[in-house]
Each structure stands twice: as C-alpha cells, then as structure tokens.
Design a protein around this ligand. Structure first.
Ligand code: AMP
Length: 479
C-alpha cells in the first residue's frame, strides 16, 4: 500500500498531513499526487468524499513552496462551482499549508470586493475562486492571470450544470498555455471531454470508482407516496418525511434532506421547524453569513436536519451523516449518486430514503438504470391519508393561500421565517414552485407546462391558471 512518505511531498506538507490524522493516501491521492508533482496535467474522475481536495492541494503546496507571489498576479488558481466549495478548498489550504508562509485569496460572491482586492494586491500564491467573481475582478482590471502556473478546476460537472463552462473556457484562455492543469469531475460528459481535449496537454487520467456502485454500506430505500389529491401532494410528502424520520428514531443522528427546488427547500425546512424538528434550510439564495452559520451548526452537531438543494450541498465536506432523505426524486440521475454518497462514508453504514410520487417515476427509472439495480421499496409509514383528514396540522387555516399573512396565529412563536415577505405560505406555493427554475439552472426543465409539475395546480382553480396570475408569479420570481 502506498504511504504518504512515498509520494515526494514536501516534508512540511507531510507534517501537516500527519497532524490531520491521515494515515494513508486515498486512491485518488496515491494516483494523482505523483504525476502532479512531476508537472503533468491530471484529469481526475472522482467525486467528493474521495479525498480529491488533498489530492490537488498537497502537490500544489509542494510546488509553490519555492518562489513568491507578485501583486495582482496569482501563481496558482483553483476554480470551484459554489462559494461553499471554494471556502472549503481555502480551509484545506490553510490546514495543509500551515507550516508555510504561502498567501491565499478567496474570491467568492456575496461578500464585498474590498477585502478581496486587498488580498489580490498583496499578491496571492493561491487564488481560490468561483468563476463569476473571478471574472468580475478581472474585468475591473484588478487581476492578471498571466502568472498562473497551476490551474485547478474542481467539480467540473457541476460547473457544466450551472452553465459555467463558457466562463471556464475564458479563464483558461487568460492563463498561460504553459500552465499545469489539474481537472476534476465526477463524470465525463461530452462537453467536459471537449474542454479537457482543448485545454489539457496529454493528461494523466486518474479514475476512482463511483460511489453508487461501491457503497455497499448504504441501505437504500424507496417510499412511494401517492397523493390523495394533487394539491395535497406537498403536504402529504412532508407528513411522510416526518414519519420516516420518526421511524428511524435515535439512529437518525443527523440527516441531509434533499429537495429539487429552492422553494421546496424553504417549505420543507419551515414545516419541519413548525413541527419542532431541529432543521434549517441551505440554498443559494441565503446570504453568505447565514449559509456559513447553517453549515457550522450542522458540522458541530447542533443542527440535526439540513434541508438542501443539490447545488448548495454539492462538494460540502460534512462528515458522518447517518441519513439522506430525498424529498424529491432528483431530476438528474447522477444527482442521486451524489446525494446518497453523503451517507455511508468511509465504511460507515448509512441509510438513504427516497420519497417518490407518481410524477417522479420517470426519473426513478433513469436512476435505477444508472446504478444498475432497483432501489428496494419500503412502505409509506403514513399510508395513503384519507382526503379530508390528511395532516390537519399542516392544512390548518394559517397556511391557506388567501389568508392574509398577518392573520397567522402562531407568528412570533416560530423560528425566523425563511421565506421572503411576499411569498405565499408553504402549502400555497405550488404555482411558484412549478414556475421556479431549478437552482442556478437557467435551462428550462423538461417541457412541462405551468400545470404539469407535481402539485402545481392553483388551489381552487383546478388545472387552469389564468394568464394574469401566471404573470404575477413570474414577476415575483424575477423580483
Ligand atoms: P474530499 O473528497 O476532498 O472532499 O475529502 C473528503 C474527506 O476526506 C475530508 O474530510 C478530508 O479531510 C478527508 N481525507 C482526505 N484525505 C484523507 C486521507 N488520506 N485519510 C483520511 N481522510 C482523508
């Protein structure tokens, strides 16, 4: 078995690795570090949880140990798709480079330019950035990329999903063609293959097994929820979720609950809190400090249930999650692999429970084709509720669509309301949810009309929604 000391890393890097408690390199580290240290381009096909962050940071630190950064001309660049992932890479640098005097700048959206400018002006050995914010700085003339010797693209498949590939191509073209490129992606979509062919020189390809095909430690289950009435679907799914959480009892020490859309993330988190569960939402619309607070709580164990969208949760290093719940069947089959990979890490057992409605069956078939096995079916602990009796607490007056917000009897006794002031109440959100684009995905979803999504009929109007109402929803969404 390869040892860290076999890898030619700088002794001070080895010291930091030992202090982190790592005993042996993970497969991606053992395979990627030697060619990276030789200055080769590396194409790593690996997802989060494999140790890929150290796989690129450890050789980078070793290579950057010699030399000094010049003002506004970073020596290396790491691109990450989300702010959290970028912040996490920055933390990894701090950990592994603690015995060096390397400088670092973290350029992410949602925080002021001022401190970032100062960090760039001081000269950064390592620049860690999301693509949009990096280009913002570049266009303001604050930054030159012609000194970049090493460029890392992390989670490229997520960059593709988020529409960042043109930005990545532009950034590549702003760096010297002599740079070394370390490129990581969980999957090799044709578009990703195309850019690696253009921007990488004879890369060493390093691939580690997909989690879904290897994680035998994950107990996967599927629960069908057939709504008693279309407009009750969200409420009945939330009741099923609560029953599923309860059924897991104390074994469910912490869980991530994935939803497909931001609006559902908010509604589910709000509903859980209302039912006295220790839950909070994480999605791209929260401001940076709130996101950090939520994540911090989840990491230190003070928050038990993290309700998240795929984009917000992607790449986050959250150890030891006992359960993953899919409140929705993910639209993209690969997201299922990423989601359930949050549990059953490093040989621990984990449980992944997916709620599926008849609307989700098509996506379920795609997932089962991808993972090459059926997900075992489990019973809905709630069963099919009688139409009128369903979840009386959730369908009570305070959450009815036309009731003025001020009339909420329970206001003030609640945790802070995560929805914007103009948002309809949780159970009246269906039309917004139907019209809402998936987080950070400008592309239109699978050709469903306004009334085609799950639970998206306007309450009281059957399948038909007059145009003027549709318009006002759109306006609210764009506002
Ligand atoms: P990543 O895939 O980079 O997000 O890393 C996942 C987790 O694995 C992080 O918590 C790292 O701290 C941890 N890790 C990375 N390398 C090792 C290693 N060689 N041994 C044990 N844990 C590691």
């Amino acid at each position: 078995m390869t040892k860290f000391t076999d890898l030619n890393l700088h002794p001070k890097v080895l010291q930091a690795v030992a202090e982190s408690g790592y005993e042996t390199p993970t497969p991606i580290q053992a395979q990627a570090i030697p060619p990276a240290l030789e200055g080769r381009d590396v194409l790593g096909i690996a997802q989060t949880g494999t140790g890929k962050t150290a796989g690129f940071t450890l050789p980078m630190i070793t290579l950057l140990a010699k030399g000094r950064a010049r003002a506004r001309m970073p020596r290396s660049l790491v691109l990450a798709p989300t702010r959290e992932l970028a912040a996490q890479v920055a933390e990894a640098f701090d950990t592994y480079a603690k015995h060096f005097k390397l400088t670092k700048a973290l350029l992410i959206g949602g925080v002021s330019f001022k401190d970032q400018n100062a960090a760039i002006d001081r000269g950064a050995d390592v620049l860690i950035a999301t693509p949009g914010r990096l280009l913002d700085h570049f266009e303001r003339g604050r930054l030159l990329l012609s000194g970049v010797q090493i460029m890392v693209v992390d989670e490229a498949d997520r960059m593709l999903d988020m529409g960042f590939i043109p930005d990545i191509e532009r950034i590549f073209s702003l760096t010297p063609f002599t740079r070394q490129t370390l490129f990581f992606s969980a999957t090799m979509a044709p578009e990703i293959e195309r850019i690696t062919n253009i921007f990488m020189a004879n890369p060493v390809k390093v691939e580690v097994a997909r989690r879904a095909t290897t994680a035998e430690t994950i107990d996967q289950r599927l629960v069908m929820v057939t709504p008693s009435r279309k407009d009750r679907q969200p409420t009945e799914k939330r009741a099923a979720l609560r029953a599923l959480i309860d059924a897991e009892g104390a074994g469910c020490t912490n869980a991530i609950i994935f939803c497909n859309r931001k609006i559902e993330v908010d509604a589910v988190a709000k509903s859980l809190k209302k039912h006295s569960y220790n839950a909070a939402a994480l999605h791209g619309d929260l401001d940076q400090s709130k996101r950090m607070e939520v994540l911090g709580g989840f990491r230190d164990g003070s928050l038990r249930l993290l309700v998240a969208s795929d984009v917000a949760a992607r790449g986050l290093d959250i150890p030891a999650v006992s359960h993953v719940f899919n409140f929705d069947v993910p639209i993209h089959a690969e997201d299922y692999v990423h989601r359930i990979g949050r549990t059953g890490r490093a040989g621990r057992t984990g449980i992944a429970i997916t709620i599926c409605t008849p609307m989700g069956e098509k996506h379920l078939a795609d997932i089962e084709a991808l993972i090459e096995r059926p997900i075992p079916r489990a019973d809905n602990p709630v069963g099919r509720p009688a139409p009128k009796a369903a979840d009386a607490a959730e369908t009570a007056a305070p959450e009815r669509p036309n009731r003025p917000r001020r009339a909420r009897s329970d206001k003030g006794a609640q945790a802070p309301d995560p929805l914007p002031a103009t948002a309809p109440e949780a159970d009246a959100q269906a039309p917004r949810a139907a019209a809402a684009p998936a987080e950070n995905k400008p592309k239109s979803r699978r050709g469903k009309g306004r009334s085609g999504g799950g639970g998206d009929a306007v309450v009281g109007m059957g399948e038909h929604m007059p145009g003027f109402i549709a318009k006002s929803f759109e306006e609210r969404l764009s506002g």
